[in-house]
Design a protein. Structure first.
Length: 394
């Protein structure tokens, strides 16, 4: 007889819980000299040498000038503020709350538009429908590291006469038609949160080829102060610390290899998990390279035999952490439910109700992949009994 899923009394696939992320932080020995230097000379912040160097390396990677910031959320706020006018920002509702919160904190209105049913990124057609006289920007999100349809969105933005921006929190290292994310929109924002592909702890960067915007972001991250000591606008304190810049520079030394490893793991998971009936993968267009920031599937309850939440419960029993990114969709959250006119968000709702993310790391071993996929296969094979057990438990 085959092994039973843990939820039916079998042995859990993993002895201990395996986390959804495993940050690839460097060992202390690699940081010690630089940490000692800043702790001894006291230059631990205020845009000192390691932040400036980090900024330079980031801009070389994406071939676009960069400003380092304390985190991605503040980067989004500073970029939106640099537009210099209020109004509506068209964006997807299938994203992390920070995308919309940044607009809200800048006093802007959020206009949610639907996503593409296959890539789960902002749909150019829906964005075009959502643009109106109050639109001041379109903000795409490269969801889970898959670049948006940049050419089509650029055309929509050009027609609407507004800038195209990207929340690139998941996409440092992704490419679109051979071009690096970071230089695709008029402004883009990375997150270097510990959970991200380039994880440093807390951090972010705004990239833009527009020198005026770059100056505004740089002033804005430092209270709005300009070189003369004047504040033309009320800025923030969004400076990155030297300690995070040191971690970032060290992580960047091996970033290319780690990204290649992660892509290999991502492809392997896609091959194995994509074979199971009722699980749909995010489409990665041929012209794009994803970062595989998250490994997400859509669970079709009828075809798979278990609903998303049932699969989540069964995987938890196997000691596999799964997460429902991004559920609930933002337009259903209390703070955005009342937002003025909403587009038809049917695809957003369909994806948000079915999506489930599994662990993925650059250093995930083939053995870990086998164990994870094995657990999923066992649950699928015993889906009828798993469902009955979960219903009994309710
Ligand atoms: C899509 C997206 N945008 C923005 C953010 C915010 O970035 P940070 O945590 O660096 O503020 C995150 C995640 O944290 C995210 O997933």
């Amino acid at each position: 007889m085959h092994e039973r899923p843990a939820i039916l009394g079998g042995k859990p696939a993993f002895r201990e819980l395996i986390d959804i992320v495993r940050p690839g932080l460097p060992p202390l020995e690699k940081l010690r000299d630089a940490f000692s230097e800043v702790l001894e000379n006291g230059k631990i912040t205020n845009n000192s040498r390691f932040v400036r160097r980090f900024e330079q390396v980031i801009s070389e990677h994406v071939d676009t000038p960069a400003a380092a910031v304390a985190n991605g959320t503040l980067g989004l706020m500073l970029l939106l503020k640099a537009l210099g006018r209020g109004g509506e920002v068209v964006m997807p509702s299938f994203t992390f709350p920070a995308t919309a919160h940044a607009a809200r904190w800048c006093g802007m209105a959020v206009r949610f538009a639907d996503i593409d049913p296959e890539t789960w990124n902002l749909s150019p057609e829906a964005a075009a429908r959502a643009c109106g006289p109050d639109t001041v920007a379109i903000m795409g999100v490269h969801v889970f590291g898959v670049p948006c349809d940049v050419d089509a969105l650029s055309e929509v933005a050009r027609r609407a006469g507004v800038p195209l921006l990207f929340d690139a929190a998941h996409a440092f290292g992704a490419t679109y038609r051979g071009r690096a994310v970071g230089g695709l929109g008029q402004g883009e924002v990375f997150s270097f949160h510990a959970t991200k592909i380039l994880g440093v702890g807390e951090g972010g960067a705004v990239t833009t080829a527009d020198p005026a915007w770059l100056d505004l972001v740089k002033a804005g991250r430092n209270f709005g102060l300009d070189k003369s000591g004047d504040c033309a606008d009320a800025g923030l304190n969004a400076k990155m610390s030297e300690l995070f810049a040191i971690i970032g520079l060290t992580v960047l030394e091996t970033f290319t290899e780690r990204l290649a490893q992660r892509r290999r793991v991502g492809v392997l998971l896609r091959e194995r998990i994509g074979k199971l009936a009722g699980l749909t993968l995010q489409r990665i267009p041929e012209s794009c390279e994803s970062t595989h920031q998250n490994f997400a599937v859509l669970v079709d309850a009828t075809a798979f035999g278990l609903a998303r939440d049932e699969l989540h419960a069964a995987m938890t029993a196997e000691n596999v952490m799964t997460r429902k990114y991004f559920h609930p969709a933002l337009h259903t959250m209390s703070c955005y439910r009342g937002e003025a006119a909403q587009d038809d968000l049917a695809e957003t709702e369909r994806v948000a109700e079915r999506v489930l993310c599994f662990p993925i790391y650059s250093d995930m071993t083939d053995l870990e992949v086998n164990i994870l996929v094995g657990a999923l296969e066992r649950i699928h094979a015993d889906r009828g009994a798993v469902r009955a057990r979960l219903r009994e438990k309710r």
